[in-house]
Design a protein around this ligand. Structure first.
Ligand code: PCP
Length: 382
């Protein structure tokens, strides 16, 4: 083993589990206790559901039925995003990895959704895989893309999820040339013609000076990137305004302004009218996990629930006009005019439909549009 990464097989076989499930298996087996249960995944907040692709691969082949919301769905407090029906011992030890897959992916998708909602028509790019373990780089980019980012920076996204990656240039490249103009010109000369000519303009001098140097010395400049470190920021908006002014008076209204480096949602809200694109790292990739829990809500056909949870297998019905949901018992009649959000995704271990990343993103963006139309942005941006 080269890196300290648990193997695919150890996840699939349930080695990656919490020790208390090992004891649970031992005790239940010894006492011949293995009830038929319904277990559901819920949390107390809202979010955008992602990570179902890996969750389904984990549960594939187990003698259970699984219901889930489609990836990209906005879920609300106490709504099940996923329900497992089966004998408890058939899936008990997979809880740890199951939650791990969806807690982090959904957190990233939710943050991406918030940023894109805040950015309005401006672009958001995922720049943050460097802040997290590289083993999950493709999972991060997939979740960010589902949540609504316009592009991702990690090259591995191409190989693992078939998503083209994008990038500008690092300070390291400029320092290697020892001269910004040489570096920018070389980039323009060498990099594939369909790549945006985004020049990094804050290496040695201030952003305004370097932006002017870029447009006056490089043949093709499509954008300038300001990666201004927070220690130098002061009034960042003023800096961006100055750059815009200097570009405009030189007849370069076409040159877009791209900002990056330690960006928060507040920065996006403050700058979205004068900035064209945001490269967001930690604030998306390092999103605090959604605290999903898996709880038994039926045991041998009877409603059960621990304190703080709600018993019974449920269905979530969505009113697409208002983006409001109604939760009913699964066995109750369907809510008229509303869509049932939980669909059967695994039947006796067989995956019925593989989650589709593009469809998931479309769904997330459709909900974003409804939220905008309803004027409820603030509620979701937080
Ligand atoms: C990196 C990149 C982005 C940063 C990370 C995004 O910065 O240029 O702006 O991540 P964040 O939102 O967590 O800050 P540097 O490490 O400064 O990279 P470089 O100097 O090579 O451009």
């Amino acid at each position: 083993m080269r890196f300290l990464i648990v193997s695919d097989d150890d996840i699939k076989n349930g080695v990656v589990t919490d020790k208390y499930f090992i004891w649970t298996e031992k005790v239940l087996k010894a006492k011949n206790v293995n009830p038929k249960v319904v277990a559901e995944v819920t949390t107390s907040g809202w979010g955008v559901f992602a990570g179902l692709n890996d969750a389904l691969k984990l549960l594939e082949g187990l003698p259970v039925d699984v219901y889930a919301m489609p990836e990209g769905s906005v879920f609300f407090p106490h709504e099940p995003v996923m329900t497992i029906v089966g004998n408890y011992l058939d899936f008990a030890r997979y809880e740890t990895s199951l939650l791990g897959f969806i807690c982090h992916s959904s957190a990233v998708a939710t943050q991406a959704f918030r940023f894109k909602l805040a950015a309005e028509d401006k672009k958001i790019f995922s720049f943050g895989t460097r802040r997290m373990h590289p083993a999950i780089a493709a999972a991060i980019e997939r979740a960010a893309y589902i949540g609504g980012v316009d592009g991702v920076s990690n090259f591995a996204a191409e190989k693992y999820i078939g998503l083209p990656s994008m990038g500008t240039m690092p300070h390291a490249m400029i320092i290697c040339f020892g001269d910004q103009i040489k570096a920018w010109r070389s980039f323009d000369e060498v990099v594939d013609p369909d790549v945006s000519r985004t020049m990094l303009v804050d290496t040695y001098f201030d952003e305004k000076t370097e932006a002017i140097m870029a447009v006056e010395n490089v043949e093709n400049v499509s954008a300038v990137r300001l990666d201004t470190p927070s220690s130098r920021r002061g009034k960042f908006r003023k800096i961006v305004e100055e750059v815009r002014w200097e570009l405009d008076i030189r007849g370069r209204r076409d040159v877009r302004i791209f900002v990056s480096g330690g960006l928060s949602l507040a920065d996006v809200l403050e700058l979205r009218d004068i900035v064209d694109a945001f490269g967001v790292g930690t604030a998306i990739s390092g999103a605090g996990p959604i605290d999903f829990a898996l709880d038994i809500v039926e045991r041998e056909g009877r409603f059960v629930a621990k304190r703080g949870k709600r018993g019974g297998m449920k269905q979530v019905y969505r009113d697409w006009e208002t983006m409001e949901d109604e939760v009913r018992l699964f066995m109750e009649p369907e809510a008229e005019g509303k869509e049932a959000m939980l669909r059967k995704v695994i039947e006796r271990g067989r995956i019925l439909a593989e989650p589709d990343m593009e469809e998931a993103r479309k769904l997330a963006l459709k909900q974003m549009e409804i939220i905008r139309k309803l004027g409820r942005e603030q509620e979701f941006i937080g």
